[in-house]
Design a binder for this molecule. Structure first.
Ligand SMILES: Nc1ncnc2c1ncn2[C@@H]1O[C@H](COP(=O)(O)OP(=O)(O)O)[C@@H](O)[C@H]1O
Ligand SMILES: O=c1ccn([C@@H]2O[C@H](COP(=O)(O)OP(=O)(O)O)[C@@H](O)[C@H]2O)c(=O)[nH]1
Length: 236
């Protein structure tokens, strides 16, 4: 039995590359979609925010010398491409998905309208929120926190490259230890970089818990949705 009725799933853009150097790896996106299907099949309402780091990141090397806001708009457009790919893969896997964009790009995807998003969720459709928050200087993690709060999700799930929140970046520090639980205040005070402080602060204020878990671990998403012990819970 699922422990949640409605969730907001943040999928790492960077993880979409799989073993490729950039872009969208076909096998990887299909695998991610099948994991999502396991939970929608159980009647859980799922909204998704996907990143864009596999194509463009406002703060990365490709944007050196660029105006930050312009680079960030490119990053947001990258999330639109990932959202379209994700929704199309869902269609191929027999699911119904709708993409809604935070920036207006109407010939490509419909605009984000909150009541419409709620309606789609109630109808059992997966809603993919594209273009992050629609504002530069933010991240898709913050978009996940924002949309999660707006749609009344019970949990934000951050599916990322590591299997939880660690005392330090496990990619750089082999001695880093994983937390099973951590409060928002502690995550912010320790400046843990797994999510940005804006996302943590927004979820803290809305009392919206976050679960950080590995996108590469088969079945992890389903276990999180069942309320089983998986990844790290960040809570008030
Ligand atoms: N304290 C920490 N605990 C876990 N991961 C951390 C921590 N500090 C930094 N990281 C790094 O943060 C990364 C996840 O954040 P991010 O790059 O935003 O990923 P995503 O592509 O999922 O948005 C992890 O891959 C990890 O290397
Ligand atoms: O509200 C937002 C969301 C995203 N971005 C831009 O889009 C890029 C891609 O998103 P993100 O880095 O969060 O993706 P991920 O880490 O999941 O690959 C960011 O670096 C920003 O440049 C932005 O400007 N505002």
């Amino acid at each position: 039995m699922p422990a949640y009725k409605r969730i907001l799933l943040k999928l790492s853009g960077e993880a979409l590359m799989g073993d490729d150097a950039y872009g969208i790896n076909r096998a990887t996106i299909v695998r991610m979609v099948r994991e999502v299907r396991q939970v929608t099949d159980q009647g859980v309402e799922v909204a998704v925010v996907i990143g864009g780091g596999n194509i463009f990141r406002g703060v990365a090397g490709g944007s050196v010398g660029m105006d930050r806001a312009t680079a960030d708009y490119m990053g947001m457009l990258a999330t639109v491409m990932n959202s379209l790919a994700l929704a199309d893969t869902m269609r191929q896997e027999g699911m119904t998905a709708r993409v809604m964009s935070a920036i207006s790009i109407e010939q490509v995807v419909e605009p984000y309208v909150r009541p419409k998003a709620l309606q789609y969720l109630e109808e059992g459709k997966v809603v993919v929120f594209a273009a992050g928050t629609g504002n530069p200087f933010f991240t898709t993690d913050t978009a996940a926190a924002l949309r999660g709060a707006e749609i009344g999700a019970e949990l934000v799930l951050k599916a990322t490259k590591v299997d939880g929140v660690y005392t330090a970046d496990p990619a750089k520090d082999p001695d880093a230890k994983r937390y099973e639980n951590i409060t928002f205040d502690e995550a912010i005070a320790r400046n843990l970089q797994v999510m940005d402080a804006t996302a943590f602060a927004l979820c803290r204020d809305q009392k919206l818990p976050i679960k950080v878990f590995s996108i590469f671990k088969p079945g992890a998403l389903e276990r999180v949705v069942r309320g089983e012990n998986e990844g790290t819970l960040v809570h008030v």
